[in-house]
Design a protein around this ligand. Structure first.
Ligand code: SIN
Length: 291
């Protein structure tokens, strides 16, 4: 039997990453398939050349990381604005006077932590976020890593027959599970949370590549299929996407930043550090309707 790691003619996905050099930044790839750590840049003062290369590094690596950054909340927001208008989370807490600066925090008294489970941020929005820029300031002594998975690679590793089956299907994404999730921050529930239909396979507006766009956090069912078939198909896709072949795992240090592209990446945050504290802020950049 074939695994998703290999076929009868070598690996099911054959990646030949572009290794052409960068001039104004350094790039250290975490894996050939996803993730790159950028060096030689202070995000408080980036040159145009560095910004061009950061855009290129994000497109090629899907999630990029920066270490030892010292941004004020305004500088964090300004960096996000270089990529588009900023998104306001429909449920999560934010910093006073900064609705676009989402609070990411878990400590010994938390009953949940953000992002525990594979998802693409706020995919229940009709125009889900393009990217998320997470700045962690306080880390536990160990743990609290974030895993990222490449949804182009997950799509490309499917058989042609399955790709054909998924073509043109849409799925329902729903944010109702936000209800009650932030009560420990004193947040009252809204009357309703967003929901939207999106293609199961979306085409990235910048790279033109196809990516799987269903996720365990938000997707409820595939439209137009009997519910048992939809459940079975989603179960298979979630299992397939979670193959370590498609992943990298980022070990945080204080003052690190991760910037991921929600259009082609899913992520999963580990809450393995209780009773310690992990906290920071996320700036999220608005996206467009998936097609
Ligand atoms: C999230 O934005 O989903 C949380 C990610 C993390 O805390 O690593």
């Amino acid at each position: 039997m074939q695994s998703s790691l290999r076929s009868f003619s070598g690996p099911r996905i054959k990646y030949a990453p572009d290794d052409s050099p960068y001039e104004s930044i350094t790039l250290d790839k975490l894996t050939p398939i996803i993730g790159g750590e950028i060096g030689g840049v202070d995000l408080r003062e980036t040159s145009n050349r560095q910004m061009d290369e950061i855009h290129r590094a994000l497109a090629e690596n899907l999630v990029i990381f920066f270490r030892d950054q010292h941004l004020t909340p305004e500088q964090h927001l300004d960096f996000g604005r270089k990529f588009g208008d900023l998104h306001i989370h429909p449920a999560a807490p934010s910093e006073p006077d900064h609705p676009e600066l989402m609070i990411i925090h878990a400590d010994k008294d938390s009953f949940r932590a953000n992002g525990e489970g594979w998802h693409s941020d706020v995919s229940c929005d009709s125009e889900p976020p393009m990217g998320s820029i997470l700045y962690i300031r306080k880390c536990p002594p160990r743990g609290g890593d974030t895993l990222f998975a490449n949804m182009y690679a997950a799509y490309e590793a499917l058989s042609d027959r399955l790709k054909e089956y998924l073509e043109g299907l849409t799925a329902r994404h729903d944010g109702e599970h936000y209800r009650g999730q932030y009560k420990n921050f004193g947040i009252q529930d809204k009357e309703s949370y967003p929901s939207a239909d999106h293609p199961v396979v979306r085409t990235h507006p910048v790279t033109g590549r196809k990516a799987l766009y269903v996720n365990k956090g938000f997707t409820r069912y595939i439209n137009g299929l009997p519910r048992d078939e939809s459940d079975g198909m989603l179960r298979y896709l979630y299992e397939h996407m979670a193959n370590p072949l498609f992943q990298c795992r980022f070990r945080w240090q204080e003052n690190s930043i991760a910037f991921w592209d929600n259009r082609c990446v899913q992520h999963h945050a580990m809450w393995d550090y209780w009773p310690h504290t992990r906290s920071g802020n996320r700036v999220t950049v608005k996206g467009t309707r998936p097609v």
